[in-house]
Structure formats: C-alpha cells, structure tokens
Design a protein around this ligand. Structure first.
Ligand code: SF4
Length: 325
C-alpha cells in the first residue's frame, strides 16, 4: 500500500538572536516519515522536541527549509498558493487550544459554514445539510448553532473545531495535543470521538502528544522525537512492550500508571531538561541525559537504522551488526 503522506529529509530552521548574535535553530532536522491510509501515527516527545513544527511543515502551514512532502503522490512543495488552497480540503489540523482557534465573533453556524465559503463548494442548502451532519457526527446539539464559542464548554469548543476540520471531508487529520487543555473526563470523550470519527470516515490521523497514555490509546505507529529528529519509530504494541531507545525507555518509565494496584509511589522522571535547539549537544543530542552514554555518543550522531522487523532506532546500542536487520 502506498503511503498517504511521505516526508523525506524535512528540515526547518529559524533564525533567532541569541547572546547578541544571529543563530540558526534547527527545529526539525532531517525527518523521514511515512503515514499509511487509515493509520494513526502518534508523534511523541517533550515540549521543544519539534513535533508541532514538523506537523505544520508537513501541511505547509510553515514553509520547510528543505526536504520533500508527498501527499497522496502530489508534491506539496511544488504547489502554487491557489493549488495549495484547493489541496487543503484533503488535510486539516486541530489544535490544543480550541478556543483560540475559533473566531470569538462567529456563531457555531457561521464557523461551520466558513470552510465551504472559503473553498466555494456546495450550494447553500447543501452546506446547511452538511452542517447538520457535522453536528450529529461530533454529538453537538443543533440548539447551539447560534451560540458564540465563548458560551461553550472546553469540550464543546474542541468538538466544534473537530467538526470544522471535517467539513470538507479531509483524508488526513492532524490533532496537535487535542486534549491536553481539557479536564480528564472530557479528554476521554474527545479521544473516543476521534476514534469513532476515524472509523466512520476512514480518516488517517497524526496525533501529536507529550502524553504516552494518549498515544497508546489511539496510535497504530509511534514516532519519538528529540531535538528535531526521530529517535525511534515502530508499531505501537512493540514500542510499548519493548522500547529500544534509552529516551523512549525513560519516557515509558515516567508514564503514569492507571491501574491503582500497580501504581508506583512516584514515577521516575527523565533527568535534566531538554536542551535548547539553538545549542544542541554535540554527537547524540540525548547523550547528556542518557544513562547508557558511551564515548562515541559524544562525537557522532547515530543514524536512524532498522532494528528487527518494523522498528527504526537512532542509537549506537543498536547497529545492524549487533542483531538488527
Ligand atoms: Fe544514549 Fe549513546 Fe544511544 Fe545516544 S547513542 S541514546 S547517548 S547510548
């Protein structure tokens, strides 16, 4: 099966002023990724790892510095602005802060009609009928149609954002920390809604989260990012049973345990803070925090290599002559 989204060598650099000098920050540094139709890719990593920048570049909401992005075989970077605007029907993004992503002056009805107006598709009765379908799909009461976002709860606002993203029947939906601003009980409702919508509409999802609990619940594949690079990628089941990269292992150890009987006193945390991407450590960027650091780790960055059947890992503990394939 051909990937729906294929990213090769994606880089995004920003210029910033630091200590009186112009420096280049590699927010995304040579990422290769493939997302297959119907799958959910869970992109995980600490804040500052480059997840959101990668997602925005993948949809050309940010212009990458280098690399290629094929969406359903079409090179997104070759599209002119009007062709890109038409293509945007097929991929959408929802954000953590649903309130900020909704226009506070537009009613729910106006918000849901807007994508049709921007793209100039469907007659007015067709648009009205589609709005009713969207409300039903995200379980929102039609009585809310004339309300403004400010009068809705956080969960309702995220449902509106999801409905608007689905208006034009996209094939790919990126959900960027879709539940981290919500109460725990509402989080579960929104995650279940995403799962239901994925099955109903055959969506392909990229789920960005710092929470492994969320990633575990929804994803079919997991990619771990650290300072702009993918350090491990593989099927969810395999990742959660046998994480390879030391960073992945520490992330999993610091994951909250939901079963009260198995709950530890206090989950261990990953030592230290993620370094600034403006001055990443030499060699393997994870080496200052890595419990298994070796001398070569301080000099050279390990390539992302295949290990076992489906996993890729960037760590000198895993080389093709020590058991991988
Ligand atoms: Fe740790 Fe070295 Fe592997 Fe980096 S390459 S994760 S420092 S063992």
């Amino acid at each position: 099966m051909a990937p729906l989204l294929q990213i090769r060598g994606l880089r995004k650099e920003f210029r910033i002023r630091r200590a009186g000098r112009d420096v280049s920050v590699k927010a995304v540094d040579g990422v290769d990724l493939e997302v297959f139709p119907g799958d959910t890719l869970g992109l995980v990593g600490e804040s500052g790892s480059g997840k959101t920048t990668l997602a925005r570049c993948a949809l050309r909401l940010l212009e990458p510095t280098a690399g290629s992005i094929l969406f359903n075989g079409v090179d997104l970077l070759s599209l002119n602005p009007s062709a890109l605007r038409r293509k945007r029907r097929e991929f959408q993004i929802i954000f953590q802060d649903a309130a900020a992503s909704l226009d506070p002056r537009m009613t729910l009805r106006e918000t849901l009609l807007e994508p049709f107006e921007v793209q100039g598709v469907a007659t007015l009765p067709e648009r009205e009928s589609r709005v009713r379908e969207l409300l039903e799909a995200v379980s929102l009461d039609p009585a809310l149609l004339d309300r403004l976002p400010g009068s809705l709860s956080g969960g309702q606002q995220q449902r509106v954002a999801i409905a608007r993203a689905l208006a034009l029947k996209p094939r790919l939906l990126i959900a960027d920390e879709p539940v981290s601003a919500l109460d725990a009980s509402v989080q579960a409702q929104i995650l279940n809604l995403l799962l239901k919508l994925q099955n109903r509409f055959g969506l392909t999802l990229i789920l960005i989260s710092h929470s492994l609990t969320v990633i575990h619940y929804l994803s079919t594949t997991v990619a771990v990012m650290y300072l702009g690079r993918i350090v491990e990628e593989g099927p969810t089941g395999q990742f959660f049973t046998y994480p390879r990269h030391p960073y992945s292992q520490l992330l999993l150890q610091s994951m909250p345990v939901l079963d009260p009987a198995a709950r530890r006193e206090k989950p261990p945390s990953i030592g230290g803070e993620i370094p600034t991407p403006a001055a990443p450590p030499a060699g393997c960027h994870f080496h200052p925090r890595c419990p298994r650091v070796m001398s070569e780790c301080r000099k050279t960055y390990p390539d992302l290599v295949s290990w076992g059947q489906d996993t890729k890992v960037a760590c000198f503990l895993y080389t093709s002559d020590s058991g991988g394939s």
